[in-house]
Design a protein around this ligand. Structure first.
Ligand code: FPP
Length: 246
């Protein structure tokens, strides 16, 4: 599989909706947190695989704004899992050239979680092999509303003219301002939805859906998705013949 991948045609940025932890656990007669714990093994394997093939940006949808509405024990369990994983893995991320970022409404995260994340982001700030972006307490509608508020404030402060608001200004005010748009978005576990994830940034992304539940997803599944992406024709609104001329 690995040798079939064209290293010259890699997506720079892959985004993943890690779905199916709950169903995976239920199939085994276990509670949902058991599924999330196994999901962490997949996270590690996919981060490793991404670095191995040379993907530069990997965004993982780890917790949505809507996930706060889940039962309290699941929310607390997920936060703890996140903190313990980050604490355990920060050094390995550092040694392997991975830089950690978080996008989302950070202020809504519990302080112990925020502290751990800030520390890990600081420790890995010198790395540039793979940028690992965790979407936490994130939703696109939150992000777009937040960007609009920031832009309105700049106009109010006379720092920006309304006539100068263009796509570039808008993207600079998104949480993803420092990252290129994903070319490939993967969703596991059979649902065909975007679920409030990177709505603006996925405008031209190739979408890849697999029935595999997230806890069963491994780097080989990622490579398969990348290979599938490489066999598609990306036209960006043009026709095939125009692409061949370019
Ligand atoms: C979706 O499955 C998964 C989540 C909401 C959480 C994903 C989080 C992890 C894999 C752990 C994160 C850890 C790190 C370090 C990033 P679901 O619960 O919606 O599954 P279901 O649709 O089958 O119920």
């Amino acid at each position: 599989m690995l040798d079939l991948i064209d290293k010259q045609k890699l997506p720079k940025h892959v985004a993943i909706i890690m779905d199916g932890n709950g169903r995976w656990a239920k199939e085994r007669g276990k509670d949902r947190l058991f599924g999330h714990q196994h999901g962490v093994i997949s996270v590690k394997d996919v981060v490793e695989g991404s670095a191995e093939i040379g993907i530069q940006y990997l965004t993982l949808y780890a917790f949505s704004t809507e996930n706060w509405n889940r039962p309290e024990n699941e929310v607390n369990g997920l936060m703890e899992l996140l903190v313990t994983t980050i604490r355990k893995e920060a050094e390995t991320l550092k040694e392997n050239g991975v830089r950690l970022f978080v996008i989302g409404d950070m202020e809504s995260l519990p302080p112990y979680c925020l502290n751990e994340l800030n520390e890990a982001m600081e420790v890995t700030a010198g790395n540039d092999r793979l940028n690992l972006i965790l979407a936490l307490s994130y939703s696109s509608k939150w992000e777009i509303t937040h960007a609009t508020r920031k832009i309105a404030q700049q106009v109010k402060n006379n720092e920006l003219n309304i006539a100068d608001i263009n796509e570039d200004v808008f993207r600079q005010n998104l949480a993803t301002a420092d990252f290129p748009d994903p070319e490939l978005m993967i969703r596991t576990s059979g649902e065909h939805r975007i679920s409030n994830f990177l709505l603006y940034q996925l405008a031209y992304a190739e979408l890849y859906f697999t029935h595999t539940h997230w806890p069963d997803f491994r780097k080989e599944n990622l490579f398969e998705a990348v290979l599938n992406y490489q066999n598609r024709e990306r036209r960006f609104g043009k026709i095939s013949e125009q692409l061949k001329q370019a």
